[in-house]
Design a protein around this ligand. Structure first.
Ligand code: SF4
Length: 307
């Protein structure tokens, strides 16, 4: 049967090493402690389908929009507490331990590298400018590293004014590569003496660059991932930079409106670093079949959750 539109698999897409490791740690914790209470402080990774799958293992996610990790910690009274891939500050780690909770740290190594860099420069009396998103758990953990020496630089906001001869500039790992480069350039003009370190993780960079490398004929892109996932949202931003005409962002197949694909000639499919394979497979299998036959039903392509 003739394809109505061409489908391109973007590579890489989906789980990064940090997300994979965090989920494996959570599963191992349940295997080793079958009868204990296990809670995750905030979403382990930003994906509701992962959160639901973990709840099937009786691992509860303690999350409430607008609440900090410190506030959420007060809701966990006993058992094991897992810190998410986004990293955690010593403040929270110490508070959890002092309350008798057993801690499991699923922080991504790339996040830890950035935290260690910041700690090293603070020890040398530097002021830190951290490019990130207000309220994001990764940024929240970084800002808790020191009361006064770290300032958040938000994209689209005025650059902060600081009077310091020792400035270190770094960033959240999952931002748009364009936003980070532009902000680093602005900061180096304003503070020529500052030391800059771009800490965008390779998973984020490679997934964004894969979109930029797509043929110019691509006129549609489906981006699969949780709407709260920063690295997924950034894929949408990169697709805008690439001027792809139709950008379709969905959490999973249920959210897909197939009629949006009908106007496209070449459709690329990508996914954020926290999107599980079973979610991606369902969307890809459906879109490939739909490209040949518009009468197929989404329900036939849904896959039961497993991670
Ligand atoms: S997106 Fe990057 S920083 Fe975040 S978990 Fe994955 S590898 Fe680590």
């Amino acid at each position: 049967m003739k394809n109505r539109f061409k489908v391109i698999d973007v590579n890489p897409r989906g789980f990064c090493k940090g997300v994979y490791n965090a989920i494996e740690l959570a599963k191992k914790a349940r295997l080793e402690h079958p009868n204990d209470k296990i809670s995750i402080l905030g979403e382990l990774v930003h994906n509701k389908d992962v959160t639901s799958a973990l709840s099937l293992l009786n691992i509860e996610t303690i999350e409430s929009k607008g609440k900090t990790r410190l506030e959420l910690l007060d809701e966990i009274q006993e058992g094991f507490i897992i810190f998410s891939a986004h990293g955690v500050s010593p403040l929270i780690e110490n508070k959890a331990k002092s309350r008798g909770l057993q801690t499991i740290n699923a922080s991504c190594v790339d996040v830890l590298v950035t935290q260690d860099l910041i700690k090293k420069y603070i020890e040398q009396n530097y002021d830190i400018l951290y490019i990130g998103q207000k309220g994001h758990p990764e940024a929240e953990a970084v800002l808790e590293l020191h009361d006064t020496k770290i300032k958040l630089v938000e994209i689209g906001h005025p650059l902060p004014n600081i009077d310091s001869s020792l400035i270190f500039v770094t960033n959240q790992t999952t931002m748009s590569i364009f936003d980070i480069q532009a902000t680093l350039n602005q900061l180096s003009l304003k503070y020529p003496h500052a030391i800059l370190s771009n800490e965008t993780c390779s998973a984020t960079r490679l997934r964004q660059e894969a979109i930029l490398k797509l043929p110019d004929d691509v006129d549609g892109i489906v981006i699969i991932g949780d709407h709260q996932s920063n690295n997924t949202k950034m894929l949408g931003k990169i697709a805008q930079n690439k001027q792809i005409k139709n950008i379709i962002s969905i959490q999973n197949l249920i959210e897909l409106d197939p009629s949006l694909l009908d106007q496209c000639h070449e459709v690329a499919i990508t996914a954020g670093a926290s999107t599980p394979k079973f979610i991606i497979d369902a969307v890809v299998n459906f879109i490939k079949a739909y490209s040949q036959d518009e009468t197929i039903q989404k329900e036939d392509y849904l896959i039961n959750p497993f991670i």
